[in-house]
Design a protein around this ligand. Structure first.
Ligand code: DC
Length: 222
C-alpha cells in the first residue's frame, strides 16, 4: 500500500514540532520528529565525552549505540540503547551538539534508514531540516515552515524558562542564530526549502492560526 508523507522542514523555533504534532493528530497520521534523533546522538556523544571534532571517534561511537523511535498514542519517544532519553535531549547544550554532529556524513547516514523505514510503513507528518530534500524527496506535500528569528527565539525562550529560570533571551537568540547558520551552511543536506515546497511563514500567528493554515494547505493538495 502506498503511504502518504508530508515533509515539514524549517529552522529552529519555527513551530515545526508543535504544529506538525497537531496536524498529524488531525489527519490521523504518525508524527515523526527527526530532530529528536539527532539530539539523541548528540546527547550520547556528550554523555560519553566523545569529541564531535574527532570524526573517527564519532564513527566508533555510532557502531556501539542503538537509537530507536517509539510512538504510542501520538507521543514519540527516543530510545538510546534501550533507555528512554526523551526528557534528557531538550537542553541548549544538546541542541548545539545535535546541530554540530548533524553536519557529519556518518551521523546523517546512521539516521537515514530509521526515518525512511517509518515513512515506508506509516502515513507520516515528518519534520526536520532535510526531509523534503533528502530523506523523502518524493513526499506528497513539502512545507517549509519559517518565522522571523526574534519571534522564534521568543517562543524557544518561553519553553526553556519553564525549566531554567536563569536563562537569558539574548543567549537563546544567539544560540538559535548560530544553529540556523550551522544547519543551513553545512555541506551535506543543508537546511533549505525543496524546489517543490510551499513556504508557510508563521510570524505573528497564534498557534491555532498556523495549524489552520497548514491543514488547509495540506487538504487542498491531498
Ligand atoms: O528540530 P531540532 O531543533 O530538534 O533539531 C536539532 C538539530 O538536529 C538541528 O539543529 C539540526 C539537526 N537536524 C538535522 O540536521 N536534520 C534533521 N532532519 C533534523 C534535525
Amino acid at each position: 500500500m502506498n503511504m502518504i508523507s508530508i515533509a515539514i522542514d524549517g529552522p529552529a523555533g519555527a513551530g515545526k514540532s508543535t504544529i506538525s504534532k497537531k496536524v498529524a493528530a488531525e489527519l490521523g497520521f504518525v508524527y515523526v520528529d527527526t530532530g529528536a534523533l539527532y539530539r539523541t546522538v548528540g546527547y550520547s556523544l556528550i554523555s560519553n565525552n566523545v569529541s564531535i571534532k574527532d570524526v573517527e571517534a564519532v564513527q566508533r561511537h555510532l557502531a556501539e549505540i542503538k537509537v530507536d523511535m517509539q510512538n504510542s498514542n501520538g507521543v514519540q519517544k527516543v530510545i538510546l540503547n534501550g533507555a528512554d532519553v526523551s526528557d534528557c535531549i531538550r537542553t541548549p547544550e544538546v541542541s548545539m551538539a545535535a546541530s554540530d554532529c548533524s553536519a557529519l556524513a556518518c551521523v546523517r547516514s546512521f539516521l537515514l534508514d530509521i526515518q525512511r523505514q517509518i515513512a515506508a510503513t506509516h502515513n507520516v507528518v515528518m519534520d526536520g531540516r532535510d526531509i523534503g530534500t533528502v530523506v523523502l524527496p518524493n513526499a506528497d506535500i513539502k512545507i517549509f515552515l519559517t518565522a522571523d528569528p526574534e519571534e522564534r527565539a521568543k517562543r524557544r525562550y518561553e519553553e526553556l524558562i519553564l525549566k531554567d529560570p536563569d536563562i537569558k533571551y539574548e543567549d537563546v537568540l544567539s544560540d538559535l542564530l548560530r544553529r540556523d547558520h550551522n544547519d543551513s551552511h553545512r555541506e551535506i543536506a543543508p537546511l533549505k526549502p525543496a524546489d517543490d515546497s510551499i513556504t508557510v511563514d508563521t510570524t505573528g500567528n497564534e498557534l491555532e492560526e498556523s495549524v489552520a493554515v497548514m491543514l488547509k494547505t495540506i487538504r487542498d493538495r491531498l
